[in-house]
Design a protein. Structure first.
Length: 130
């Protein structure tokens, strides 16, 4: 999808007035992720980093070997757990699939209800969209 197509997804209307958003991005689109989160009515809070432990990635002067998740807030929703890091070394799965450990992390930190957009599989206790 293009950045413009992502920006017009109905996240603003799907999310509660008190919610957490975990928006996946790569280095080339970090600025766009902040803008999109704000368009959806969220306040960016923390940039999380995933190193999928794979070989050479794409890039120019620096090879991109990480992906990012922009953690955002809407209203006041207290986290269920405080996490002592902002980066992880979870193994890579098939192309663009989120690590299961990431979904476990979301369940520990953010209270239900939970929605995964563009889910590849159903997960107990989550709604799926797309």
């Amino acid at each position: 999808m293009t950045v413009d197509e992502i920006a017009v997804l109905p996240v603003r209307s799907l999310a509660d007035t008190r919610a957490h958003l975990y928006l996946w991005t790569i280095n080339a689109y970090v600025e766009d992720a902040y803008e999109i989160a704000r368009l959806w009515g969220f306040r960016p809070s923390t940039l999380l980093t995933w190193w999928p432990r794979h070989g050479m990635g794409l890039g120019g002067a620096f090879v991109n070997t990480t992906e990012h998740v922009l953690f955002c807030r809407r209203g006041v929703l207290t986290a269920q757990e405080r996490v002592d890091t902002t980066w992880w070394q979870w193994p890579r799965r098939e192309h663009s699939a989120k690590p299961e450990a990431f979904l476990d992390l979301v369940e520990r930190v953010s209270p239900a209800p939970r929605l995964e957009m563009f889910a590849r599989t159903q997960r107990l206790g989550w709604d799926s969209w797309g």
